[in-house]
Design a protein around this ligand. Structure first.
Ligand SMILES: Cc1cc2nc3c(=O)[nH]c(=O)nc-3n(C[C@H](O)[C@H](O)[C@H](O)COP(=O)(O)OP(=O)(O)OC[C@H]3O[C@@H](n4cnc5c(N)ncnc54)[C@H](O)[C@@H]3O)c2cc1C
Length: 436
């Protein structure tokens, strides 16, 4: 049994997006004073993490806390620290858990504090991949940044402000790379993006979609180097980065480097104690893990994606919010001897940069058909793509859609209607989605 410590009926490990939405759901369904606590290694109450790579980095009118605490990202009430105290929910901040013992229902912090629980929700999110982890030469020099938590974003902003017109190199062409490329360029930095793939965001984008964003970024003056990676860094006498050495032999000048090469679910504390699948903690449709009274939500959960009849992990904010709400509903229902409906999630991803904004719903498998105007030189480019598998439209992407149009693409991704001939689908474009 663990030593003397605080005990909670409900304990949330991690204080990110999922934790905040779970707290709101507990409050909605009824939680007594002192029953619920959130433990977070961050110093602030849960906030909308996507803001860090967007409005947080604006040169003017930047978003700052308390402006983007959850649940403003989904149009809900902003939960300030006072909200948690009013509800009797304890926010245990600046507290990193070093050990989790699921059999004795105890967590121990780095400082040695012990917390016990009746029910645990694991919401530890993801950890970024650091170039030091993979042994890249010189990767520990100064001014090489990562972006996961608000402290990282603060350090990046300080570096941007300290050196006007700096040369920046962004490593990675995924979400973080693309959003940061735009943000640094808006801050008047010289920006070069480097990624190993033949086009940006290959996990989602088709080559035609990627061509638009790469063209748009080029017009903004961003240089893109594809098909190679960083193999080392040079630094000056103060340890500040000066050069990025690429695998293809090129060497880039750099004052600031931002690395966005991926993240992995934060499951290390639980290794060997809970069933895992696809790199995450395996759950059922109620986000229950293999250990009684232990739930996992958000980025760490590998859950049954009912629509596709398979287990998946989803590292996106919409799922982190909804999975957290589902887990809390399930906990509360089981206490009342009731059940809730199975989680039936439609994957939804989005991103924003410059005056661009895209949404994607469904599954990006099968053939793709691009429609609309994806010429980056157009005054108002607007285009989309459908994914077609086994004769059905299973996924849809739209750049610069109106709320109604985004609703329409979400609807067809859920309905999966039979796809007409690909040429017809291309010609019909958005009006195909609007029929349903
Ligand atoms: C910069 C950035 C931009 C993003 N933009 C988008 C976007 O535009 N669209 C989109 O769909 N998704 C986006 N995402 C992804 C989205 O933010 C995540 O999917 C979401 O935050 C996951 O929620 P979570 O609660 O599972 O994890 P997180 O929000 O990451 O929260 C995890 C929390 O657990 C804490 N923690 C971890 N380990 C411990 C420990 N041992 N002890 C104590 N605390 C611990 C962390 O400090 C953190 O507070 C973005 C992510 C980042 C980093």
């Amino acid at each position: 049994m663990a030593g003397i410590g605080k005990h909670f009926k409900y304990l949330i490990l991690g204080g990110g997006v999922a934790a905040g939405y779970a707290a709101r759901e507990f409050a909605r369904l009824g939680v007594k004073l002192g029953e619920l606590a959130i433990i977070s290694k961050e110093a602030v109450a849960p906030y909308e993490r996507p803001t860090l790579s967007k409005a947080y980095l604006f040169p003017q009118g930047a978003a700052r806390l308390p402006g983007f605490h959850v649940c403003v990202g989904s149009g809900g009430e902003r939960l300030l620290p006072e909200w948690y105290s009013e509800k009797g929910i304890e926010l245990i901040l600046r507290t990193e858990i070093a050990k989790a013992e699921l059999t004795s229902r105890a967590l121990t912090s780095v400082a040695g504090a012990t917390f016990t629980y009746d029910n645990l929700i694991i919401a530890t999110g993801s950890v970024v991949t650091r170039l030091t982890d993979i042994g890249v030469q010189g990767a520990d020099c100064n001014n090489i940044f990562y972006l996961r938590e608000i402290d990282d974003a603060y350090k990046l902003v300080s570096a941007i402000q300290a050196r006007k017109n700096a040369k920046s190199v962004i490593l990675g062409g995924g979400y973080i790379g693309l959003e940061l490329g735009a943000a640094l360029q808006i801050n008047d930095l010289d920006v070069t993006m480097v990624y190993p793939e033949p086009w940006c965001m290959p996990r989602l984008f088709s080559p035609e979609i990627a061509a638009f964003y790469e063209g748009y970024y080029a017009i903004k003056g961003i240089k893109i180097i594809k098909g190679t990676t960083a193999v080392g860094f040079d630094s000056d006498a103060n340890g500040n980065v000066t050069k990025v050495k690429l695998k293809d032999g090129r060497v880039l000048d750099a004052d600031i480097v931002v690395v966005g090469v991926g993240a992995r679910p934060h499951t290390t504390l639980l290794k060997g104690q809970v069933a895992e699948e696809k790199g995450g903690v395996k759950t059922d449709s109620f986000f229950k893990t293999s250990v009684p009274s232990v739930y996992a939500v958000g980025d760490v959960a590998t859950f049954p994606l009912k629509l596709y009849k398979e287990l998946r992990r989803v590292e996106h904010v919409d799922h982190s919010r909804k999975s957290a709400e589902q887990a809390v509903k399930a906990i509360k229902a089981s206490e009342a001897g009731q059940t809730v409906e199975e989680y039936d999630y439609l994957p939804y991803f989005y991103s924003r940069a410059y005056d661009l904004s895209w949404q994607f719903y469904g599954d990006n498998v099968g053939d793709t058909v691009l429609f609309g105007d994806n010429n980056p030189l157009s005054a108002k480019p607007k285009f989309g793509s459908y994914w077609i598998k086994d004769g059905k439209v299973v996924g849809a992407f739209l750049e610069s859609g109106s709320p109604e149009e985004n609703k329409a693409i979400a609807k067809i991704a859920r309905l999966q209607p039979p796809a007409p001939d690909l040429e017809q689908l291309k010609n019909e474009g958005l009006s195909f989605a609007s029929k349903f």
